[in-house]
Design a protein around this ligand. Structure first.
Ligand SMILES: O=C(O)[C@@H](CO)OP(=O)(O)O
Ligand SMILES: [Mn+2]
Ligand SMILES: [Mn+2]
Length: 546
């Protein structure tokens, strides 16, 4: 049980945490869809309620360096656990640097498994240096090590990014990597890219939103069925020609063929490494490889392979069974300790972010703690620039109903809009996305007032705050040669807001801005609003109690 605070009995009504995904505070309004949006509710909040800035990127959320942007996994982990752990990106980089990864049983089984079969290791994963789901340097190190350990053939199944890196940067990765593979290949070692496609088109679906993407990925990676090209560079060029204006993440699938035959089908006795360290978009394809009874799509055949994930993606489901690097052991989350303190909790989002407020929030566990209620609003399966309002209204409806029910002492939700629409690179749609959040926020806050509660409004990282690549010198939006602006689809390095919406304490409560304030300070702040001391493991509260 968490102890009672001596200085404050807590807000009488419910304490609500609202995450506006992808809502950062930019240095300049140039290129910010947030600045361009009409958002009377947020304007009023910033003008009239206590608010501070929180660090949401780099080492403040467990990334290897402060050049790393934040992302939903590390952001929601930090918010939900109140602690900063070295995250997958850092853990894998360290395991490779020390060589510990090669000593582990999982890597040795991958190599031994391949050698007892045809000698083939497949690597499937996100092909960039974005460091959100994966890093191409990790792949490079594994190819070199596989060769050193006597693997005969390497086949890479490359998911093109353009979402954590510039939107049409695929060839910046593919061309040098194909050159590198050419250099390491010799009479006894053959390493090539064998298949791929855009990450938002094949394989990397999450939260059961659209299994058809995984089906498409399976067909190209495993069965070798799809439009053929002689190499990945030719594939990217060819697909771009056939699909003018399509950015990398949305490019269709491709297969590398030789004399009409796919060069990298996955067969019995092969080894397969899914080299993303982040779990949300790795779980579905992992299930397709591991599950004996699988009914999400027709696999046609299930090759008997030695399969490993870069990390363990789900600590409750133990998925996958074999993993190269142990994930951060996220302990003592708010979900767990509020449950132990008898506090009923409500969590809600739409499909695209549902796992963020449940699985990431609870430390990458898919199971509920006692007294938790989760509500998922099914997301649209459309390009989000066509529906920038997404399910904000429905999430607000669910939050309002949960507040009115009087059943929950604390509630949390995530509005996906700023992030999911921000990732499309469509400025106009992103302003509408922010406006939809503003409208829904107004409705939820009315219900918070009616319940005599208080709310913390925040974000997990930036995105819609910078919709164009900024010119390094002028700090103005950078231009393409035809004069159009260069769209930016990735997250940003900007801080995020923390607003305290409190009409109940009579001015007793405020927020403390500290130099190091970050997402991990929210957990203790929520505990204090509930009238509870923080858990010893959590970073300090920023609640100022006068
Ligand atoms: O879409 C995703 O997978 C990531 C970007 O790679 O975004 P977020 O961290 O906001 O989920
Ligand atoms: Mn996010
Ligand atoms: Mn995102």
């Amino acid at each position: 049980m968490l102890q009672k605070l001596s200085s404050f009995a807590g807000v009488q009504g419910p304490v609500v945490v609202i995450v506006m995904d992808g809502y950062g505070l930019p240095k300049s309004d140039a290129g910010s869809a947030i600045a361009a949006a009409r958002k009377p509710t947020l304007d009023r909040l910033f003008a009239s309620y206590p608010n501070i800035r929180l660090r949401a990127h780099g080492t403040a959320v467990g990334m290897p360096s402060d050049d790393d942007m934040g992302n939903s996994e590390v952001g929601h982990n930090a918010i939900g656990a109140g602690q900063v752990y070295s995250q997958g990106a850092a853990l894998v980089a360290n395991a490779i640097a020390s060589g510990a990864i090669w000593q582990g049983a999982a890597w040795q089984e991958i190599v031994a498994g391949a050698k007892s079969g045809r000698g083939v290791v497949h690597f499937i994963g996100l092909f960039s240096d974005g460091n959100v789901h994966s890093h191409i340097d990790h792949l490079k190190a594994m190819v070199v090590q596989a060769k050193a350990e006597g693997v005969k053939t390497v086949r890479i199944h490359a998911l093109l990014d353009g979402r954590d890196v510039p939107e049409t940067s695929a060839l910046d990765y593919v061309v040098p990597f194909e050159a590198f593979l050419g250099e390491v290949s010799d009479a006894g070692f053959d390493a090539r890219i064998a298949s791929g496609g855009g990450r938002q088109y094949i394989t990397m679906d999450r939260y059961d939103a659209n299994w058809a993407m995984v089906d498409k990925g399976w067909k190209v990676h495993v069965l070798g069925e799809g439009p053929q090209f002689p190499n990945a560079t030719a594939a990217v060029n060819g697909l771009r020609e056939q699909n003018p204006g399509t950015i990398d993440q949305d490019l269709p699938e491709f297969v590398i063929g030789e004399n009409g035959k796919a060069i990298g089908t996955i067969e019995d006795g092969d080894s397969v490494v899914f080299f993303n360290f982040r779990g949300d978009r790795a779980i579905e394809i992992t299930r397709a490889f591991e599950e004996a009874a699988f009914n999400k799509f027709d696999r046609v055949r299930q090759p008997r392979v030695t399969y490993a994930g870069m990390l363990q993606y789900d600590g409750d489901l133990k998925l996958p069974a074999r993993f190269l690097v142990a994930p951060p052991a996220i302990k003592d989350t708010t979900g767990e300790w509020f449950a132990k303190s008898g506090i009923a909790q409500f969590a809600c989002s739409e499909t695209q972010k549902f796992g963020h407020v449940t699985y990431f929030w609870n430390g990458n566990r898919s199971g509920k703690f006692d007294g938790e209620t989760w509500q998922e609003i099914p997301s649209d399966v459309v390009p989000f620039e066509q529906r920038p309002w997404m399910k904000a209204a429905e999430i607000a409806d669910a939050m309002i109903a949960a507040l009115q029910s009087g059943q929950y002492r604390t509630l949390r939700c995530n509005f996906a809009n700023g992030d999911m629409v921000g990732h499309t690179g469509n400025f106009f749609a992103a302003t509408l996305a922010v406006e939809a959040v503003d409208l829904s926020l107004a409705r939820v806050l009315q219900a918070v007032d009616a319940a005599g509660g208080a709310a913390l409004i925040t974000a997990d990282h930036g995105n819609a705050d910078e919709m164009y690549e900024l010119d390094k010198k002028t700090k103005q939006p950078a231009q393409n040669s035809d004069g159009s602006f260069k769209a930016k689809t990735a997250h940003t390095l900007n801080p995020v807001p923390l607003i305290l919406y409190d009409n109940v304490s009579g001015g007793k409560l405020g927020l403390k801005q500290t130099a190091t304030a970050g997402l991990s300070n929210i957990a203790a702040t929520v505990a204090n609003l509930l009238g509870l001391e923080k858990h010893a493991a959590w970073d300090e509260s920023v609640l100022d109690i006068k």
